[in-house]
Design a protein around this ligand. Structure first.
Ligand code: LLP
Length: 414
């Protein structure tokens, strides 16, 4: 069942029509479906019932504390990449013992705070970081649980900006350097080696690159065992894609089956760091048409959402479906769907056939992942409101920013 569907010719999120949400909370506005989120999480969890597993939601995809708390209540863990994300997870009631900390640039302060919180492990990305974590743990009289993020050098076949598992990328420890570094880690006084980790990229729509990466990891796990280093968990990262247009990513259960089959009868806990596949199709960006400009060559629909609200089309040339909330029966025209920002890159969709009138509401679909979290205040535009629908109820989960807030921390010269 789709959680966003037409009823009485109006697009709804679960039981609530999007025009009601716009009337109550204004536009632009992100709208999420709680049941879509829960279904996506359960698809992972249920496919993994027969295995020791932990799903660590990649907070960067959508970090609203309401989203995090829905997942925490289902038992989810979290993959964080900053002290800010750690604070959000804790504020949302997330279990610190289910947090993994990824990222190439963890600061001293962030490492301290995470150790203090008692996270499950640091996914360490360099020799330098390993030494830093050991030193800080020593100062705090703690033992830091660590996992090495290994770069398996496989081609994820995705957009170059979001491929992370090639040896040219800044991420992870080169495969050939991993074994010696594990040996070094095992000898460090304030570290405890607990796992192995990788993440090869995002919006992957085929299974083979995941399998290639996992096989390399398993190989290494065997060599580590021979060297007397026991690995307790294998974290395969995130990256499973979703359908935006006509992509055909494998269903979650099929992806899990392929990976667990590859694991065979190994006893390690299998861990995942999904972001997009949990939240991407659980949200839309609701916007209103401000102006229509019909020309000889092109028609523009200028809407009240812009690249500052959803940067994916401008940054990755990403395609998001755009639907009228209450479609008209009049003939369509071909539109460039653009925002009010002073850049030609400020488009949300190109060549879209729609029948529009000034004031109409439109929904930019599949905007639940990397939408709000990548938004900015460019052109001094307050960030959108966020609403979560649950059945017939709608809840404001983030107030719209106001202009005064945007420069309240700026100062004039004396
Ligand atoms: N784990 C790590 C270490 C990551 O770096 C990422 C995403 C994930 C997990 C989650 O990946 P996912 O399951 O969401 O594919 N802004 C881009 C996507 C950037 C992904 C960055 N890393 C976009 O809008 O397409």
């Amino acid at each position: 069942m789709s959680h966003f569907a037409y009823r009485n010719e109006t697009l709804h999120a679960e039981g609530v029509s999007l025009d009601r949400i716009a009337a109550q909370f204004g536009t632009p506005c992100y709208v999420y479906s709680r049941s879509a989120l829960e279904s996506a999480y359960r698809a992972y969890d249920e496919a993994l019932v027969h295995r020791d597993h932990l799903i660590c939601y990649a907070v960067k995809a959508n970090s609203n504390i309401a989203v995090l708390s829905v997942l925490a209540k289902l038992g989810s863990g979290f993959d964080i990449v900053s002290g800010g994300e750690l604070a959000r997870v804790l504020a949302a009631g997330g279990d610190p013992h289910k947090i993994v900390f990824s990222g190439v640039g963890k600061t001293v302060e962030e490492i301290r705070t995470a150790l203090d919180a008692g996270i499950l492990c640091f996914n360490v990305e360099s020799e330098d970081e390993l030494a830093r974590v050991n030193r800080i743990a020593g100062e705090m009289r703690r033992v830091a649980p660590v996992s090495l993020r290994v770069n398996p050098d496989v081609d994820a076949k995705t957009h170059p900006y979001i491929a992370t598992g090639l040896k040219d990328n800044k991420f992870g420890i080169p495969f050939s350097a991993a074994l010696p570094l594990y040996k070094q880690a095992a000898g460090m006084k304030h570290l405890r080696v607990v796992g192995i980790d990788c993440h090869i990229g995002s919006q992957l729509t085929e299974i083979p690159p995941f399998i290639a990466a996992l096989q390399k990891l398993l190989d290494l796990v065997d060599r580590l065992a021979t060297a007397g280093i026991e690995i307790l968990h294998i974290d395969v990262g995130g990256g499973l894609g979703i359908r935006y247009r006509d992509e055909t990513p494998p269903p979650i259960a099929e992806y899990i089956r392929a990976l667990t089959t590859c694991m065979g009868d190994r006893k390690q806990t299998i861990m995942f760091e999904p972001g997009r596949s949990l939240v991407g199709n659980t949200g839309v960006l609701l916007s209103r048409v401000e102006h229509l400009k019909h020309g000889a060559d092109r028609n523009f629909a200028v809407i009240d959402a812009a690249m500052n609200d959803l940067i994916r089309p401008a940054l990755y040339d990403a395609w998001h479906d755009i639907q009228a909330v209450a479609p008209r029966r009049t003939p369509t025209r071909r539109y460039e769907i653009v925002g009010p920002i002073c850049e030609s890159g400020d488009f949300l969709g190109r060549d879209r056939d729609l029948s529009l009138t000034e004031g109409d509401l439109i929904a930019i679909m599949s905007a639940g992942a990397y939408g709000m979290t990548m938004s900015s205040n460019y052109n001094t535009r307050p960030r959108a409101a966020e609403v979560m629908v649950s059945g017939n109820e709608m809840h404001l989960i983030r107030e719209r920013e106001n202009v005064a807030q945007l420069f309240s921390s700026e100062r004039l010269l004396p």
